[in-house]
Each structure stands twice: as structure tokens, then as C-alpha cells.
Design a protein around this ligand. Structure first.
Ligand SMILES: Nc1ncnc2c1ncn2[C@@H]1O[C@H](COP(=O)(O)OP(=O)(O)OP(=O)(O)O)[C@@H](O)[C@H]1O
Length: 796
């Protein structure tokens, strides 16, 4: 690991490569340790199987005590089996050799806890290694409870990530072990106190190779993200292990590891406090593509099904957004001004249909399949009471509705109140209060009166039509009527905005069915809160006593749902999380912040983002909404400074756009350079041909993936351009590129991307920072390319 804490973008080169003999010997040493670890794991598997067996027998005894004991044993044994049987690519990946510490105290993992060396640990530039720790994905103790492997999240593992030559603590040598399954492939060392002569078991400490981090960064990319557990850098480790109190805010430019850090932090929090966080962490991602790209990371860290990772357009159950609004519409839908409009809409929506003049209540057409908006709102109610007809007319009904709607309670929850007011009015009109002088008899008569009326089918039909239970989708669809929307948004939206918004929602039918955009989903969520869901009797759920033990389901194959199903179920059942992680936070609109805020009212938060990559046009408004969602909770801020994704040559080009997009902001320092400069091509004989040719060229150049980033408006056609080129290449709209990375990218017509929205330059900056190895820029006419094909925006 050569570049630990390479905050100034310089690779701290490790010591010279050891001779092959030393390398082989050290590899054998680590192989022996790994063999020991696996032998111990096998013993544990046998133990676990025995426990499972034994527990099953105890279960047959059948007393409550025996059952509880069986449950606990099955659970523990199951946890072991499940973990031990997992195929880890590199179960063991690190080792640190440490000096004697200040005191002799040991932690629960069997390692010494002292961070600093004892005063006399070094004498005359000589020291002995007093402790060697191996770091891996899970902790393993030997039969005597001595640590064979320390879990990467345990406090004792922190020096592996944090020690630097400037502040080495007790660490003398840090070793990255490359292994696959049971085989050690090689080791790379990093000497943190090169000035010392250090001995290990009497021999001079051998040191081998360098470049573990660089090897990781240079690897070909696939369509799924890898974990970085063996090469987390010091500044990243500080974020991952930051205490979960209140809000942890992380900023950093493209490629600084924000997403990786956020996911590793989720795993760390689970390790720290499983009771609190299991099933209770929500990660919000900007796009379904980024969800798909990142969702394998937590399972590879041994945390399966415990964290809900959801795209911001999929946070509302049953609403899967697959459409992007044009920027002007997105801007309206995302703005907090929409809150005022929606507040009016939920109350106004009760009057959606035209009054059905002259039609008596009880003869209303209320066909089940009829869309709600087509139903008529009755303008009078007639009942028979005390042998006479009693009627409430349109004016009286309107008055009752206004009274019922007073206050801010959710509209659907006000229906019982409205019903009561109607019965009061009918009772009064029928002369009920005058008929009985005895209060008890009067109360009895009133009860009978209410019961008679409310069990009439006609009355129930009236109520359903006059105060229907509104759904968020129905109200959203109601905004598609320009005149109605104009009324509800008076002095909030201007006529042009009203037109744009209404037109964009015309995609939905009257019941709100139809394609939703990402921004519609936040509106639906807001509407759900404003409308409220009336309590309904629930079907009693059959309880299995084993379910009381958290995490058990995933261990019982015969009953288990798939892991993905489980994660989805957790997400559906939970509305309020213990920890909310927001990735690409700079892109959230005020309405989206409100939606996410509702899911983390009692949560602690980790918020990662980069203002320079924001595709939201009004950052101040979004910042205000973010403040509101996060409330007054104290915030701890971190900054990541090193770009691990882009080689310096690509980062340098992107920095030119950054200077235009956000003058004065700093680019993160690229940690490596490839010597390969970005390529420029001018679109000559047609865009499709040029893009296809360039994609082909790059597929030959790299082993992994190629991403072709196009303006949003060209998204659909771009997929056709690449047809038949295979799975390594994908086309994506500029907004979809967020958070993703490819070995090589083609950025198509930068000026068009920049012109697509007020935040277009920042969107272009995102597009230019996706490549790990190669970048080609294809300039169109609007790019005004120079003789070398360099677009105007990318020139010095
Ligand atoms: N310590 C590390 N060791 C190895 N690889 C790393 C490390 N840190 C980051 N990376 C790699 O760098 C790349 C960028 O990381 P990541 O996507 O998390 O960055 P980001 O800050 O979220 O970027 P963006 O803002 O562009 O979305 C990933 O391939 C990640 O695996």
C-alpha cells in the first residue's frame, strides 16, 4: 500500500522490491497463516453444525424454555455457518507489525489497545516487533481466544488504514496480502518507520514490493463496484469510523471515494451496533443505475440484506420513476414552492368532478372500474327520518365541508369528522333535538338515528362520492388541468410554469396511472403526507417465534426469500430509519430533501456530495431544504482530497470545465498518471457512425467497460448506435452518468450537454470525470472545435 494518506497526490513510494527469495518466503509465511485460519474456520463449521443438530433435538422437548434456548442456539450456529460458507475472494488481506504499546491492555478482539508505542519500545534506533495482527473481512479467534484475524472494522484494525510515515503510531510495517480463496498470491509492504532497524522473532524485518493501491486502481472495471476494504486511505478511514452521532457531512471532488466510503461506513455502523442498525440503514442514490452498480459492495463486506439501497425515484412504494423531466419542469417540481400548491390541491381535489345537478343521492353511478375523476360529486343529500324527507342542499353541504376542512389535518383523516358534521346537520334539520327532553332518551334516539342513516347503502355511496378517499396519484393527475392548477397555484407559479407543469403531468390518466418522472415521486410522497392514510384493520400475521431473533430468516434456506426480496421488504416496511446515507447529495431538490427527511426523522445521517457536480439549478434553495431536513443536529464535516479514479491527464482536462462551472473551486489531486492524454475527434460523417467507431476503438484499448455519455435528448438514439457491440459498452444520458465509472468514456458533443440546462457545465464536469483510463471527446458543430478537434469549452 504505497499511497496511504497520499493527500497531496504524491505517491509515497515504498521500499525497493525485495529479492524474489524474500518475496517467496514471505508469501509462504502468509500462506501458512491463511492455512491456519481456514483450519480454524473448518473447526468452527463443525461446531456450528453440531450446534444446529443439538438445537434441533432440544426443540423436540417442546417446553418454552427449551424452545427459547433452541432458538438462540440455532441463531448463533446459523450465523456461523452462513458466514463461514461464504466464498470470500480475499478473506485475509492485511497485516500490521507493531511495536510494544504504552500499556499492556487488551481489547475484546484480543489485540493490545494502545495506539502509541511505549517510551522504551525503541532503543538506539532498534526495536522489536511485539505484536502482529492480520486483518480480514471477519474476526477469527483461535481455540485460546487469541486473534487469528481481526475484523477490518474493529478498533485494532484502524492503524492498518490510518498509520502514515508522519504519524506511524505503533505500526512499523504494513502489509497488503493478495489472496484468492485459500491461496495467497503475493504480498506488498509499506515501511512506516524506515529509520528503524526492526527485528521480528530475532530476524531483521523483511520488506517486499510496493504498489498495492496502484494495482487496485489500475484494474479493469466491470459493471459492478468493488469494495476497497484492503486499501482504504487514512482520510477515508476517518469518515468511515466517525461516530454515528448526528450528521456526518463529506465533501470531495469526483473519484475521491465518497460512494465507496459511504458504503463502507454502513458496514462499519452495522459492526458497531448491530441491534440498532440491522435493517435500519437507508442509502439513497441518485439513479437506479448507480444502485445497480453499488449494491454488490455491502454483500462483499459480509453485510447482506441489512441495508436498503434505493434510488431517489424509487423511495415511494409502487412508484418506480423511469422518466426525466426537462430541466425547466424539473425545476418547478423540485422547488419548495410546490408545497404551497400541493396543500391547496389536496383540499381542492375533493371537488374534482362537476356537481351532478338533479341527480338524487343513492342513485349515483359509482362503478368500480370508473376512474375516480369521472365520478360526480353529489350536490344534495336526501334521507328519510322520522317518516319525513330531510335534505341538505348544495350550500349546506359546502358549509359543512369548509368546517370539516378547517385546520391542517390530512384530508383523508378528516372524513369521519365530515361524516359527524353531516349527521349533526341532518339531526338538527329533522328536529331531533326538540323531540326528547330527557337527555338520556335523546342520546339513545340520536344513536339510533345515526345508525339508521349510516347503514343505508345510499348514504354510504353519497359519502364515498362527496368525500372520496383521495390517493396521491389522483391528486397529482389533477394538476394536469391547467385551469385548476392555475387556481391552486395562484401567486406561487407564473402562467408559463403552470403551463409547463400541467403539460408534463398530462402523461397520467385521471387515476394517476402512467409513467412517473423522478421528480413526480417526491410530489407523491408529499401528497401522501398531506392526504394521510386512514387506519384499516390489518389481517393478523402469523407469528413464528423464530422471527423474533433478528437476522434469522436469511439463515433458514427452506423459508428464506431471496436476499434482494428481503432488502426490498425491509425498505417497504420501514418508513423511519436509524441511519440515512445520502449519496450525491448535491443533486437533491428541496422536495426530495423533504421526502428523505421524513424517512430519517429520528436518524443519524451521513451526507456525501460535491457541489461542483450539482445538476440542480438553484443550489441555495436546495441548501436551505437540506438544512431543514437535517434540522438543528450538529454536523461534523470532512473533506476528501484525492482523486482515485481519473488519471492526472483526464483530471486536468476536467479541471478546465470546473473553472468555468464553479470558478475558484479546487479539483481533487489525481493520485496517478497514465501518460495517455484524452483524445479529441470531430464528428464528420454523422454522429452515429462517429460514436460507434470511437466506442469500437476504445473497446480494443481497454479490458473493461466503455461508457458513452450523450446529451439527455439523445439518450434513446444513442442506444441504437451501439447495438451489437456487446455488454462491455453502454450508452447513457449525461444525468445518468452520475456516480458511475468506466475504463474508458466517450463524451459526445460537450457543448450540447452544457447547453441542456442551467447547471449544464456542472453536468459536463461529471461526464468528463467518469473514466479510469481513457477519454475521448467527440466534438459537434456547436463545440466550435479548433484544428486539433478540441472544443471551445475545453481549451486553455
Ligand atoms: N482507497 C481506495 N482504494 C482503492 N480504490 C479506491 C479507493 N478510494 C476510491 N477508490 C476507487 O476510486 C473510484 C472512485 O470512487 P467513488 O466512486 O467512491 O468516488 P466518488 O467520490 O463517489 O466519485 P463521484 O463524485 O464522481 O461519484 C472507485 O473505483 C473506487 O473503488
Amino acid at each position: 500500500m504505497a499511497a496511504q494518506n497520499a493527500t497531496d497526490a504524491q505517491v509515497v513510494t515504498g521500499p525497493a522490491k525485495g529479492p524474489d527469495g524474500v518475496r517467496d518466503r514471505e508469501t509462504v509465511t502468509e500462506q501458512q497463516h491463511l492455512d491456519r485460519v481456514y483450519r480454524r474456520l473448518e473447526e468452527k463449521i463443525h461446531e456450528a453444525e453440531f450446534l444446529m443438530d443439538d438445537a434441533a433435538k432440544r426443540g423436540q422437548v417442546g417446553t418454552p424454555g427449551a424452545l427459547a434456548e433452541r432458538d438462540a442456539q440455532v441463531f448463533r450456529a446459523g450465523v456461523h455457518l452462513n458466514r463461514l460458507n461464504s466464498e470470500f475472494e480475499d478473506f485475509l488481506f492485511g497485516r500490521i507489525d507493531l511495536l510494544r504499546g504504552k500499556d499492556g491492555k487488551k481489547g475484546p478482539d484480543g489485540a493490545y489497545t494502545s495506539v502509541e508505542p511505549a517510551d522504551d519500545a525503541v532503543r538506539d534506533g532498534r526495536a522489536e516487533i511485539a505484536e502482529t495482527l492480520h486483518i480480514g473481512r471477519l474476526g477469527v479467534l483461535d481455540a485460546d481466544y487469541a486473534p487469528l484475524v481481526i475484523d477490518w472494522r474493529a478498533p485494532a484494525a484502524a492503524p492498518f488504514y490510518r498509520a502514515t510515515p508522519v504519524a506511524p503510531g505503533r505500526v512499523v510495517r504494513r502489509r497488503v496480502i493478495r489472496s484468492k480463496g485459500r491461496k495467497v498470491l503475493g504480498v506488498e509492504d509499506d515501511l512506516l518507520r524506515p529509520e528503524l532497524t526492526t527485528t521480528l522473532a530475532g530476524e531483521t524485518l523483511p520488506v517486499v514490493g510496493d504498489g498495492a493501491l496502484m494495482a487496485a486502481l489500475g484494474q479493469a472495471r466491470s459493471h459492478t463496484m468493488r469494495d476497497i476494504v484492503s486499501s482504504i486511505q487514512a482520510e477515508q478511514d476517518l469518515v468511515i469510523r466517525a461516530p454515528a452521532a448526528s450528521v456526518t457531512e463529506v465533501e470531495g471532488g469526483p473519484g475521491t471515494g465518497k460512494t465507496a466510503v459511504a458504503l463502507h461506513r454502513a458496514a462499519y455502523l452495522l459492526y458497531q451496533d448491530r441491534r440498532r442498525y440491522a435493517g435500519g440503514i437507508l442509502v439513497v442514490s441518485p439513479t437506479p443505475l448507480l444502485v445497480a452498480y453499488t449494491e454488490g459492495v455491502l454483500p462483499s463486506l459480509g453485510e447482506e440484506g441489512q441495508v436498503a439501497i434505493r434510488a431517489v425515484g424509487s423511495l415511494v412504494d409502487g412508484a418506480e420513476a423511469d422518466t426525466y423531466d426537462e430541466p425547466a419542469v424539473a425545476r418547478i417540481k423540485g422547488s419548495s414552492r410546490m408545497l404551497k400548491v400541493l396543500r391547496k390541491a389536496v383540499r381542492g381535489a375533493l371537488d374534482l368532478a362537476r356537481p351532478a345537478t338533479g341527480r338524487p343521492a343513492g342513485q349515483l353511478a359509482l362503478g368500480e372500474d370508473e376512474p375516480p375523476a369521472a365520478r360526480s360529486v353529489p350536490d344534495r343529500l336526501r334521507v328519510v327520518a322520522f317518516g319525513a324527507r330531510v335534505e341538505l342542499d348544495a350550500q349546506e353541504l359546502a358549509r359543512i365541508r369548509t368546517t370539516a376542512l378547517g385546520g391542517t389535518a390530512p384530508v383523508n383523516l378528516l372524513r369521519p369528522r365530515a361524516r359527524r358534521l353531516i349527521l349533526d346537520a341532518l339531526w338538527a334539520k329533522a328536529g331531533g333535538p326538540r323531540r326528547w327532553s330527557d337527555p338520556e332518551l335523546a342520546a339513545e334516539a340520536r344513536r339510533a338515528f345515526d345508525e339508521d342513516i349510516t347503514t343505508e347503502d345510499d348514504f354510504l355511496a353519497f359519502l364515498d362520492a362527496w368525500w372520496p378517499e383521495l390517493t396521491p396519484r389522483r391528486v397529482l393527475a389533477a394538476l394536469a388541468d391547467e385551469r385548476r392548477l392555475g387556481r391552486w397555484s395562484r401567486r406561487v407559479l407564473n402562467p408559463r410554469e403552470v403551463r409547463l407543469l400541467a403539460r408534463s403531468l398530462a402523461r397520467l390518466d385521471a387515476a394517476g396511472r402512467g409513467p412517473l418522472s423522478v421528480h413526480d415521486v417526491a410530489l407523491l410522497d408529499e401528497l401522501e403526507t398531506l392526504l394521510g392514510t386512514p387506519a384499516r384493520p390489518r389481517a393478523p400475521r402469523e407469528l413464528d417465534p423464530l422471527e423474533a431473533l433478528s437476522g434469522l430468516e436469511e439463515l433458514m434456506p427452506q423459508r428464506a426469500e431471496s436476499r434482494r426480496e428481503r432488502a426490498e421488504r425491509i425498505a417497504q416496511e420501514r418508513r423511519d430509519y436509524a441511519h440515512v446515507i445520502v449519496d450525491e447529495a448535491q443533486d437533491l431538490t428541496p422536495m426530495q430533501w423533504r421526502m428523505i427527511g421524513r424517512r430519517g426523522r429520528h436518524a443519524t445521517w451521513t451526507v456525501v456530495g460535491d457541489p461542483a457536480q450539482s445538476s440542480w439549478s438553484d443550489p441555495d434553495e436546495a441548501a436551505a431544504a437540506r438544512d431543514e431536513a437535517l434540522g438543528t443536529r450538529p454536523r461534523r464535516r470532512f473533506r476528501l482530497t484525492v482523486n482515485y479514479r481519473n488519471p492526472a491527464e483526464i483530471a486536468e482536462l476536467a479541471a478546465k470545465v470546473l473553472a468555468l462551472a464553479m470558478p475558484g473551486s479546487e479539483s481533487p489531486a489525481a493520485v496517478r498518471s497514465t501518460g495517455i492524454r484524452p483524445r479529441f475527434r470531430v464528428v464528420g460523417g454523422g454522429l452515429a457512425r462517429a460514436v460507434r467507431a470511437e466506442a469500437r476503438h476504445l473497446l480494443d484499448e481497454v479490458d473493461g467497460t466503455v461508457g458513452v455519455v450523450v446529451p439527455m435528448a439523445r439518450r434513446a438514439e444513442a442506444r441504437q448506435w451501439l447495438a451489437g457491440l456487446g455488454e462491455r459498452v453502454v450508452a447513457l444520458g449525461s444525468l445518468e452518468a452520475k456516480g458511475l465509472e468506466y475504463d474508458a468514456t466517450v463524451v459526445v458533443t460537450p457543448a450540447e450537454i452544457a447547453d441542456e440546462s442551467p447547471a449544464g457545465l456542472r453536468v459536463l464536469y461529471v461526464a468528463l470525470t467518469r473514466a479510469t483510463q481513457r477519454l475521448t471527446v467527440l466534438a459537434g458543430e456547436r463545440d466550435d472545435p479548433d484544428a486539433a478537434g478540441v472544443p471551445d469549452l475545453l481549451r486553455d
